[in-house]
Design a protein around this ligand. Structure first.
Ligand SMILES: [Ca+2]
Length: 369
């Protein structure tokens, strides 16, 4: 909390300078940083931590704060993992708040009943039998126990506070399930229009791999964990939505070559990856799920193919529960006409393909600085 208050005090001092000759000179010589609020789930290793770290390493980004939502790990464990990563990488001054603990409606019991009817899932995050523990337990992670603590504010309230602090300027970047976003929207619906944009990793379209059923990529983990929260978040009036789906995740790999390039750097970020992700180990299929979303946000030219689509999620509690649903934004024709859709559908930019060399090179540059 002390760190958080200090950051507010620094901002207040900056406001006090506004209008002075010094401030005017600074404004002419510095480009304003992109303001980002991060909402992420918190597996101790892999894409959750590495993508968050990549965003923190970006020189032109100011991370206003991080909230951790249950998904890959329960929220208490995930928050501890996040704080430990920040502690080890020199980003311990970034405020972290614990967010939503459970999906709005979905549950481990409900998912088990669904599996009995329609087939077992290959990945269930914190519900995975092989690593299951009670939600209130925080096992010592492979990265070690943290000495840092989260701020004394719920993640949903922290998200609202930070989006309202800079109206129209904050990119809400979501790398996990939407539960905390849905809670925040329930408390303060105006944050959707007050944010600059929503940028997220989630959803699956035509991919033949990477989904919870592996061959069915439309059942992507982040969205499947909490379909109702996804419906709420994806129906809100954001000015812009950018989606990094499973379809593009599966084109990437945190390869041994990348790990070796990072291991050769003394930077704390590179050493965090090198130390806890040794060559030969590949969690999450080795795909760089959330990292693509961060790198494409930092430099959109990483993306070589994208499309405007209406995107949402199936919340019928049948065989399609948690699957991505989507419709082309335009009706066919010359010229194409915008399609008429119900009000809960929003158009999103969906990324299909990327410049792999540029992506990997920029990733290594970020992590080794
Ligand atoms: Ca994630």
């Amino acid at each position: 909390m002390r760190t958080f208050l200090r950051s507010i005090a620094v901002t207040a001092a900056a406001f006090a300078l506004a209008g002075s000759p010094l401030a005017d000179a600074q404004a002419q010589t510095t480009t304003p940083k992109k303001r980002v609020f991060i909402d992420q789930d918190g597996a101790a290793l892999g894409t959750d931590m590495i993508s968050t770290l990549a965003m923190l390493q970006a020189p032109d980004v100011e991370v206003l704060g991080i909230t951790v939502t249950a998904g890959d790990a329960w929220v208490k464990a995930g928050t501890a993992h996040m704080l430990r990563m920040l502690e080890l990488t020199g980003h311990g001054d970034v405020p972290v708040a614990a967010g939503a603990a459970f999906p709005l409606i979905n549950s481990r019991e409900q998912a088990t009943a669904w599996e009995a009817q329609y087939g077992e899932f290959s990945y269930k995050g914190a519900w995975n039998p092989g690593r299951y523990h009670e939600p209130g337990v925080v096992p010592t992670p492979p990265t070690g126990a943290t000495t840092l603590t989260p701020i004394d504010l719920h993640g949903a309230l922290f998200m609202i506070q930070q989006i309202r602090r800079y109206p129209g300027e904050v990119t809400l970047w979501v790398g996990g399930p939407f539960t905390t976003v849905a809670l925040a929207l329930g408390l303060d619906p105006e944050i959707a229009s007050l944010a600059k944009e929503l940028v997220l990793m989630g959803a699956g379209f035509n991919v033949g791999a990477g989904g919870n059923h592996r061959i069915n990529g439309r059942r992507e983990f982040n969205w499947w964990w909490d379909p109702e929260a996804t419906r709420i978040a994806m129906s809100a009036p954001w000015k812009k939505i950018v989606i990094t789906p499973v379809d593009i995740s599966v084109k990437t790999s945190l390869s041994d070559d990348i790990k070796k390039r990072l291991a050769a750097s003394p930077s704390k970020a590179a050493q965090f990856v090198a130390r806890f992700h040794p060559p030969g180990q590949s969690g999450g299929g080795g795909f760089m799920w959330d990292e693509i979303s961060v790198l494409a946000f930092l430099d959109p030219s990483v993306i070589t193919s994208q499309q405007q689509l209406y995107v949402n999620i199936d919340i019928d509690h049948g065989a399609g529960y948690g699957q991505t649903i989507f419709v082309e934004a335009d009706m066919p024709g010359n010229p194409p006409k915008p399609r008429t859709m119900a009000s809960w559908w929003r158009v999103a930019t969906v990324q299909w393909d990327l410049d792999l060399k540029k992506f990997y090179d920029q990733f290594v540059t970020l992590m080794t600085r």
